[in-house]
Design a protein around this ligand. Structure first.
Ligand SMILES: *[C@@H]1O[C@H](CO)[C@@H](O)[C@H](O)[C@H]1NC(C)=O
Ligand SMILES: *[C@@H]1O[C@H](CO)[C@@H](O)[C@H](O)[C@H]1NC(C)=O
Length: 368
């Protein structure tokens, strides 16, 4: 009897230890720096300069790509997705999302090994911008089998520069209707592989649910693909026995993932719009309610169902959550589209906020 009790007690202690070991303690933002307040409107994603450590590039609401000095906080226009617009039209860019199809909207950008900026513009396709002559914008691809791609979202250039992977978020809706893409939660979003030398475009995955950010693993053996509306992350094998196939990497990330970045340790940083919202799930789960929302409810009303917050999760290379960063009061950041760590600081973009948030990892976080 006594030994059974002792066994039970030690089992209990073991169970408590296991639970506390797997529980992730949240880190709360307690301070930050805001760069480009009022100028950097909706900086969605970043690319770091290959030479200057304090320079990053980001696409903003008016269809421009800004070159930002993160030390001084100053920024200038580096390029435009659509350089040919006249001054009258240019002046309308950024005033409303309805101008985006004309002005362009950059959602993903990265450098290739020739230092060209490779850009995912939601409306204009995959663009190649010459670093030394940024008014030279070449459209690499913007349609598949003769049909324009609706919403180009995120881009990865393979290290050999020969292939480019990118996501298309929806067959039905474009970027300005992103709320509808979330509510519809259709399995019609795609991952493409573009062959730079031949111009061939290959459909790689065709059943993503709001395929959003993508990232290459540090050993280059797989891609991870955020499925925003399903709150899931997919893994696509590039090498080995499973090459060309995909599996679920994270079944439920607990919120709506936008972009994903590989950090220097080989972990993945996921920027999340917000935590899972029961009202959104209810709309997604009922065909009737969904149709009412898609037809009759203004997108902003639907968007306002979701309480704003700042949320970032860090995953290891097996998809286990190892850190959670939150700003429940949205004091420093909210609706995070991208989180990227660079020289001890986390850079946070949001498609809806008019600034870029910088958090010093050693001083601006508090363990809950
Ligand atoms: C960025 O700004 C800082 C501070 O003004 C300056 O010292 C630095 O040279 C700038 N970097 C570049 C690449 O211009
Ligand atoms: C500017 O471009 C728009 C769209 O192409 C055109 O309708 C308009 O007439 C142009 N305005 C001027 C002043 O050239």
């Amino acid at each position: 009897m006594k030994s059974t009790c002792a066994t039970l007690v030690s089992l209990l202690i073991l169970a408590v230890m296991m639970v506390s070991a797997t529980r992730i303690r949240e880190k709360t933002f307690i301070n930050s720096r805001k760069i480009g307040l009022g100028v950097l409107t909706g900086p969605e994603s970043f690319a770091w300069d290959l030479v200057d450590q304090d320079i990053l590039y980001t696409g903003i609401a008016d269809g421009s790509i800004r070159r930002v000095n993160v030390t001084s906080g100053e920024s200038t226009v580096f390029a435009y997705s659509v350089p040919s617009l006249n001054a009258t039209t240019r002046a309308t860019c950024g005033l409303s999302v309805w101008n985006e199809p004309i002005c362009g909207r950059v959602l993903g950008l990265t450098f290739d090994h020739d230092r060209n900026l490779i850009v995912a513009d939601a409306y204009k396709g995959i663009l190649r911008i010459s670093f030394n002559n940024p008014s030279q914008v070449q459209v690499l691809v913007n349609s598949y089998q003769g049909v324009p791609i609706k919403m180009v979202n995120s881009v990865v250039v393979m290290p050999d520069g020969k292939t480019i992977y990118f996501t298309d978020s929806s067959l039905a809706f474009s970027r300005m209707q992103f709320v509808s893409i979330v509510l519809a939660n259709s399995a019609d979003s795609r991952l493409f592989k573009f062959h730079v030398e031949t111009g061939e475009l290959q459909l790689v995955i065709s059943d993503l649910r709001f395929g959003n950010g993508i990232a290459l693993s540090s050993d280059h053996s797989f891609l991870v693909i955020n499925e925003c509306s399903e709150r899931r992350i997919r893994k696509y094998y590039l090498t080995g026995r499973k090459a060309g196939t995909n599996v679920v990497f994270v079944e439920d990330i607990g919120g709506y993932p936008d972009n994903i970045k590989t950090d220097e340790d080989g972990n993945f940083l996921v920027g999340l719009y917000a935590e899972t919202n029961a009202d959104v799930t209810a709309v997604q789960s009922s065909i009737n309610i969904k149709n009412i929302f898609l037809k009759h409810v203004p997108p902003l009303t639907a968007l306002n169902m979701v309480p704003v917050m700042g949320l970032v999760k860090k995953l290891d290379r097996h998809g286990r959550v190892i850190s959670v960063y939150v700003d429940r009061t949205s004091t420093f950041v909210s609706q995070v589209s991208e989180a990227d760590v660079h020289e001890g600081k986390m850079y946070l973009g949001s498609v809806l906020l008019p600034w870029l948030t910088v958090v010093d990892l050693s001083t601006d976080l508090q363990l809950n």
